[in-house]
Each structure stands twice: as C-alpha cells, then as structure tokens.
Design a binder for this molecule. Structure first.
Ligand code: FE2
Length: 158
C-alpha cells in the first residue's frame, strides 16, 4: 500500500500525468522567459524607458515561477526537465527572435501569457483529478496574476 502513494499521500499513478503536464508547462515557461529577455534587450523606440524595465520585471517573475514549478515537480516525486533540447521539444510556446518594435514585443508578451494561462487551466484540472490541490492552487495564483498582466499590456496597446 505504501508503494502506491508518494511522500505527501497522493497516488503515484495519478500524479504521473500531473508531473508530465508540469514538465510541459516548465518548458513553455523557459521559452517564454527567453523571449521576454529578448524583448528587454532589443526593444527600441519612444517607449524604451517604459518597456525595458517592464520586461525585466516580467522575466524576473518568470524565473521565480520556473523554480517554483520545478520544485513542485520534485515535491510530487518527479524530475524536472533541465535541458534546452527538452524545453524546445515540449514547450507550447515557440521562439520569438529579433523583435525590436515595442508594440510587437508587447504583442508577443500577451500571446505568451495567454498560452500559459490556457495551459495552466488545463494542468489545474489534471491536478484536481489527482486530488493535488497544492499544484492547482499554485497555478490558480499564476493565472490570476497573468490575467491582470494581459489586461495591462492590452491597455498599453490601446
Ligand atoms: Fe538588463
């Protein structure tokens, strides 16, 4: 009986799909993180002084979330992906290279946030099916925050 549950009392077989889904999410976060770093570095134009620090604020937050997701995977008894080749293979977000225009950077940011929000709602459902309320709660917090970010970036675009 002890073999069927993990260290926090959740069923291992049910958690396998949560761990897989979290690794896919982790991959998307890494690609998005790199895209936002690119926006931070490359953005040009009249909104440089607004967008350059705004993108830094976002990628700093993404970096913390990346660590939290990876450590959640470990808490559940899984192993987080940690190679770029794996991230590219599993990510729901694609590379957005050489973007310089401020509006295009913001559009790419909104698209990435929307992809993460959609994916996290799905992962939360998988987690709830496995009685993993802890994971669902973490993701609910991210979704709430990112929904607000989408509103603000859209407001910037007018
Ligand atoms: Fe910087």
């Amino acid at each position: 009986m002890a073999d069927t549950t993990n260290q926090i009392g959740l069923t291992k077989t049910e958690l396998a799909s949560v761990i897989t889904a979290l690794n896919t999410l982790l991959s998307g976060y890494h690609l998005f993180y790199l895209n936002v770093r690119g926006y931070h570095w490359n953005v040009k134009g009249e909104h440089f002084f607004t967008l350059h620090p705004k993108f830094e604020e976002l990628y700093t937050k993404l970096q913390l979330q990346i660590d939290e997701i990876a450590e959640r995977i470990l808490t559940l008894g899984g192993t987080p992906l940690h190679a770029y080749s794996d991230f590219i293979k599993h990510s729901g977000i694609t590379e957005d290279k050489d973007v310089f225009d401020g509006r295009a950077c913001v559009q790419g940011t909104i698209k990435g946030l929307q992809t993460l929000i959609k994916e996290q709602r799905q992962v939360a459902l998988v987690a709830e099916e496995a009685c993993d309320q802890g994971t669902a709660d973490i993701l609910a917090g991210y979704v709430q925050d990112q929904e607000k970010e989408v509103w603000m970036y859209n407001a910037f675009l007018g």
